[in-house]
Design a protein around this ligand. Structure first.
Ligand code: SF4
Length: 246
């Protein structure tokens, strides 16, 4: 394993608890000081990711930042990316799939998201992310426990097997794990941080346009993803069986 810092399981748990007691900046600084450019913030520009970008800028922590650009993002999301780059004075790397949407349609089937969304997510999100993670030791995410049942047990620091086909692990750092949606929103407002224009139209968790709808008051914030399918995650945080069997 390509660790520059190797922890036993007990040490990882202890460190995770310590980081949980600290600030977001403490977690980001730990990643930067121990791993430098081999740690990176991955963000889809949901609120929690933006809070991390703010803390990184304020503390002068120049962690690389990347996003998965599936080729199916809303125009409002692409516009937000440009605005965030201006606001924070950073470049956000766009990690893209091997094939364009048109090539995928020709090779698999048109509108694959309507027939095999797990395969679509694997091709457009999971595989490109695995490639990027293979260059890192620490993946820093905006995952929060409150977001969904599938996320309620996440630790601040986890050991993560990012590709089931390879015996390779990295650290997954979740500095925002304990933050509530209300706390994130209050923070973004207080610091006047740009947000996705779709939020004012009832969207909460915003992904690709074919698989995202606005949610009603009281619905879980990720309820607007993959309507009509028994699918809660794209697979980047939970691994798809597709990644193993395809
Ligand atoms: S979220 Fe939808 S469109 Fe985007 S990669 Fe997954 S299935 Fe495809």
């Amino acid at each position: 394993m390509a660790f520059t810092l190797t922890l036993t399981e007990d040490e990882r748990r202890t460190l995770s608890d310590r980081l949980e007691q600290g600030t977001v900046t403490d977690s980001l600084r730990w990643a930067w000081e121990n791993f430098g450019q081999r740690a990176a913030i991955g963000t889809s520009f949901q609120g929690a990711g933006l809070v991390m970008l703010h803390h990184a800028r304020e503390a002068g922590i120049p962690l690389p930042v990347f996003t998965l650009d599936t080729g199916l993002l809303f125009p409002e999301t692409l516009d937000l990316k440009r605005r965030l780059e201006d606001f924070f004075g950073i470049t956000i790397e766009a990690v893209t799939p091997e094939k364009t949407v048109e090539e995928q349609s020709a090779e698999e089937s048109p509108e694959l998201w309507n027939t095999r969304p797990d395969l679509c997510c694997y091709l457009r999100k999971v595989a490109p992310l695995q490639n990027r993670l293979s260059t890192l030791d620490v993946w820093i995410t905006g995952v929060r426990r409150q977001q969904a049942e599938t996320r309620e047990n996440v630790s601040v620091l986890e050991l993560y097997q990012f590709d089931p086909l390879r015996d390779e692990y990295i650290y997954k750092l979740n500095p925002m794990a304990a933050w509530s949606r209300d706390k994130v929103q209050e923070f973004l407002k207080r610091h006047d941080i740009p947000q996705n224009a779709l939020l004012s139209q009832g969207y909460r968790s915003i992904g690709c346009w074919p698989c995202t709808r606005p949610v009603a008051e009281g619905e879980n914030e990720r309820a607007g993803r993959w309507t009509g399918f028994d699918k809660k995650e794209c697979g980047i945080h939970t691994f798809l069986p597709m990644a193993v069997t395809r």
